[in-house]
Design a protein around this ligand. Structure first.
Ligand code: PBG
Length: 320
C-alpha cells in the first residue's frame, strides 16, 4: 500500500554519478574520506561509464585531476588534458551499441557531463585565476571557462557544468559554445552553490591544495534569497538547468528554486553528505542503506528533477 501511494519515487534516470579520473594512475586509488569511491585510471573510468550506462543512470559527471597543476589551470582546456581525454573515451563507451537502444522509447544512454571549473587544475586550488594580490579575478576566469567549455564540447560532452560561481559565467559560456558551433550543447549551472564544510572530502578526491576558503565567490550558508538571485541570473543568462549544492542542508533553497524555475532543477548530494552517512553506517550508529534512500528521496521530494549522488549506481540497483 505504501508503495502504491508514495508521492515520490526515485528512478535511475533521475540520478547522475560523479566520477573522478586522475592522469598517470596505474591502479584505481580508493578515497579514504569517501569509502567506496575512487580516483579512476583512464581504463577503470571507462568500466564505470559502462556500468552507469547498464544501470540506466540519467547521467555521469566527470572530474579530471591532471598530473601537473599551475596557476592558470592550463590542463583544463588543453585538447589532450586528462578531462578531455576522459570525455572522449566516455563518449565512445556511451555510443557503443549495447543491449539498450540509443533512440526511441527504450533509450537509456546517460548524458555526459563535465565539471567546468579550474580548481582541479590550479596549483593554488581556487576555482579561478588570481590577481597579483591573490584575489580571484572574475573576468579573467570567465575567459578560461569559455575555453574549457569549448574544449569539453569538442571532446564529446553533452553538458557543460560551470561550478566556479563567477558572475556572468553562463552567458560567457553560452556565447563561446554558440560561436564554436556547439549550439546543442547544454549548460547545467551550479547556481546556488554555498561555501560549505560539506565539500571537505572532495579536496582529497581532486588532490586540491586549497588554502583559505571560497567565501568570496560561493554563497553564505546564512542566506537563502541570495541563492534565488543567483538562480534567476543564471536563468536569464540561458542556463538549461540550475543546481543547488550541497543538497541536504539546503532543501529549503532547493524547494524555492524549484518553485520559480522553468527549467529542470538539479541538486548535488556532495562528498561530505556521503562521508557522514558512510561513517555513521560503518560504526553501526545508523542503518546505512535506509539513510541513503531517505536522504536521496528527500532531495527529490524537495523539488530536484536531477540528483547527483555518489550512491547513484547502488540506488539504481536497489530500485530497478
Ligand atoms: C568545483 C566543485 C566542487 C565540488 C564539485 N565541483 C568543490 C568546490 O566548489 O569547493 C564539490 C563536490 C563534492 O563535495 O562532492 N570544481
Amino acid at each position: 500500500m505504501r508503495r502504491l501511494v508514495a508521492e515520490t519515487r526515485l528512478h535511475p534516470a533521475d540520478l547522475v554519478l560523479p566520477l573522478f579520473v586522475k592522469e598517470g594512475l596505474t591502479e584505481p586509488a580508493p578515497l579514504t574520506s569517501m569509502p567506496g569511491q575512487v580516483q579512476h585510471t583512464e581504463e577503470s573510468l571507462v568500466e564505470a561509464v559502462r556500468a552507469a550506462r547498464d544501470a540506466g543512470l540519467g547521467g555521469i559527471m566527470l572530474f579530471g585531476i591532471p598530473s601537473v597543476k599551475d596557476a592558470n589551470g592550463s590542463q583544463g582546456d588543453a585538447p589532450n588534458g586528462i578531462l578531455q581525454r576522459a570525455l572522449r573515451a566516455s563518449r565512445e563507451a556511451l555510443d557503443e551499441v549495447s543491449g539498450t537502444s540509443t533512440s526511441g522509447p527504450g533509450a537509456a544512454v546517460p548524458v555526459l557531463m563535465a565539471d567546468t571549473c579550474l580548481d582541479e587544475f590550479t596549483d593554488h586550488g581556487h576555482c579561478g585565476v588570481l590577481t597579483s594580490t591573490g584575489a580571484v579575478d572574475n573576468d579573467a576566469t570567465l575567459t578560461r571557462y569559455a575555453s574549457m567549455a569549448v574544449a569539453q564540447a569538442k571532446a564529446g560532452a553533452d553538458v557543460i557544468s560551470p561550478s566556479g560561481m563567477m558572475d556572468g559565467q553562463v552567458a560567457m559560456i553560452r556565447d563561446a559554445l554558440d560561436d564554436a558551433g556547439f549550439v546543442d550543447t547544454s549548460i547545467l549551472a551550479y547556481s546556488a552553490k554555498y561555501a560549505s564544510a560539506f565539500f571537505g572530502p572532495f579536496r582529497e578526491a581532486v588532490d586540491s591544495e586549497l588554502k583559505g576558503d571560497r567565501k568570496t565567490y560561493q554563497l553564505d550558508f546564512a542566506n537563502a534569497r541570495e541563492g534565488l538571485r543567483e538562480a534567476d541570473l543564471d536563468l536569464a543568462e540561458g542556463a538549461d538547468m540550475v543546481m543547488v549544492k550541497p543538497a541536504g542542508s539546503y532543501l529549503d533553497v532547493l524547494r524555492a528554486v524549484a518553485d520559480r524555475s522553468d527549467v529542470p532543477v538539479a541538486a548535488y548530494q556532495v562528498s561530505g553528505e556521503y562521508a557522514m552517512i558512510e561513517a555513521a553506517g560503518a560504526n553501526g550508529w545508523i542503518d546505512r542503506d535506509r539513510a541513503v534512500l531517505e536522504s536521496v528521496t528527500s532531495i527529490k521530494r524537495a523539488g530536484a528533477d536531477v540528483i547527483l549522488t555518489y550512491w547513484a549506481l547502488e540506488i539504481a540497483e536497489w530500485i530497478k
